[in-house]
Design a protein around this ligand. Structure first.
Ligand code: SF4
Ligand code: SF4
Length: 416
């Protein structure tokens, strides 16, 4: 028997999201399922500084390379600049030559001023700004507690980000008001030169009541039609201008790479979400007692990350409904998000995701053009290799594109 001490393998956590101010928010969007304060955040709790330090220290000590922190709310900027100054102070304190923190914030954007923008720029924060389209669309649903529209306030925040060269993306909730306006939204993003956009179909469910099915604001057919119309604009004769997360992820499937969005990955990522009180969960759609992994105030970060419930959660996505197992689009879709699957489920089998129809609709509609785009990218890569005299595979060797096919039956046809 070996007398070597057992090597303890540290679990790798892909990212950590912190619900910075829990559900406190300074907007009162009428579709929000999370915040109940109606845009009047009042007094809210924040994590004590020594607990913040413990969390950052333990997470950074367990990680290597770029250590990903995501700050969400409610509205995370309500925590104040001094809170985030402490965050970066402790992140620097526990950085080494081989690891450093990366930060992103999802915000409604209305508190962003030149001081926030300077801070984000100085510390390399990536900012997600929520905006539901042009003024006449956004202002129907995204309003303050007194009903004041938010569009101009958000655009003022975006201007500050631009002035300080802060990287940002736009998150648009798709609901009854904008689901038939894909063209208007895409024109707006392009006019405004927004570089990255993502869509989230509006749904109403309690993350704390996982057994309760979600209530969706739009039908699968409406969302499918929205994606098809947005795709026509995105494709732009084979020269996409605005990066749209759904289509970018779809394209990675055609390039035989793994999608970046968890919904279309084979398993859920091994990530952690912390409520403002320190409770840890595997995903912000699963903040239910049954999924609670511990509390950072009393448990070590490592113990939370080693909780066997986390691995069980990550792998639950692979337990696909029968219909997905034989689906022609499985490689692109991977059955969607499990949180949207269990409506109408029989006792022994999960049902397919609510958005199955939407996915099939866009996958069929976009197939030929996605394939053209992917072939063009593969062709450019081959030409680069030929230019630098890199030896190409022989006919029966595996193709370099990762398709698991032979070169002769795959990318060889793309050589000019
Ligand atoms: S398109 Fe529908 S059937 Fe196919 S993998 Fe996705 S959810 Fe399953
Ligand atoms: S449950 Fe859904 S949202 Fe959560 S990690 Fe899995 S795919 Fe992503």
């Amino acid at each position: 028997m070996s007398n070597q001490p057992a090597v303890k393998i540290k679990p790798k956590i892909s990212s950590v999201m912190w619900k910075t101010v829990s559900e406190a928010c300074n907007l009162a969007c009428d579709y929000c399922y999370y915040s109940t304060c109606n845009g009047r955040p009042g007094k809210f709790n924040q994590i004590e500084e020594r607990k913040l330090e413990k969390f950052i220290k333990e997470y950074m000590e367990m990680s290597q390379g770029l250590v990903s922190f995501i700050w969400q709310g409610g509205e995370p900027l309500l925590a104040g600049l001094d809170f985030f100054e402490k965050v970066v102070y402790y992140q620097k304190k526990y950085s080494t030559k081989f690891k450093r923190a990366s930060n992103s914030i999802q915000t409604n954007g209305i508190l962003i001023n030149k001081y926030w923008a300077q801070f984000f720029s100085q510390h390399g924060f990536f900012i997600g700004v929520s905006l539901d389209g042009p003024k006449e669309i956004n202002d129907q649903r995204r309003v303050t507690s007194t009903g004041r529209p938010s569009f101009d306030l958000v655009m003022r925040g975006i201007e500050h980000l631009r002035n300080h060269r802060v990287e940002f993306n736009i998150l648009t909730v798709i609901h009854e008001t904008n689901v038939h306006c894909a063209k208007d939204l895409m024109n707006f993003y392009q006019q405004e030169n927004f570089p990255y956009v993502q869509f989230i179909p509006c749904m109403d469910f309690k993350a704390q009541q996982v057994e309760q099915p979600g209530v969706f604001a739009i039908t699968p057919e409406e969302y499918g039609a929205f994606l098809c119309e947005a795709f026509d604009h995105w494709y732009n004769d084979g020269q996409p201008i605005t990066s749209v997360r759904f289509f970018d992820n779809m394209l990675t499937g055609y390039l035989n790479q793994t999608a970046e969005h968890c919904i279309h990955q084979e398993t859920c990522p091994k990530a952690l979400v912390f409520e403002q009180n320190g409770d840890a969960y595997p995903c912000d759609f699963y903040m239910d007692e049954a999924y609670r992994l511990g509390n950072i105030n009393v448990d070590s970060f490592e113990d939370i990350a080693m909780n066997p419930k986390l691995d069980a959660f990550v792998n639950q996505k692979k337990n696909l409904p029968e219909v997905c197992k034989s689906c022609e689009f499985l490689k692109l879709c991977h059955g969607g998000c499990p949180r949207n699957r269990h409506n109408n489920a029989s006792e022994n089998e999960q049902s397919k995701t609510y958005f199955c129809h939407s996915y099939k609709q866009i996958y069929r509609y976009a197939h030929n053009r996605m394939k053209l785009l992917a072939d063009k990218i593969k062709q450019d890569k081959l030409q680069t290799l030929i230019k630098v005299a890199y030896p190409l595979p022989k006919d029966n060797d595996m193709c370099i594109c990762g398709s698991n096919k032979t070169f002769a039956s795959c990318c060889k046809r793309l050589i000019l």
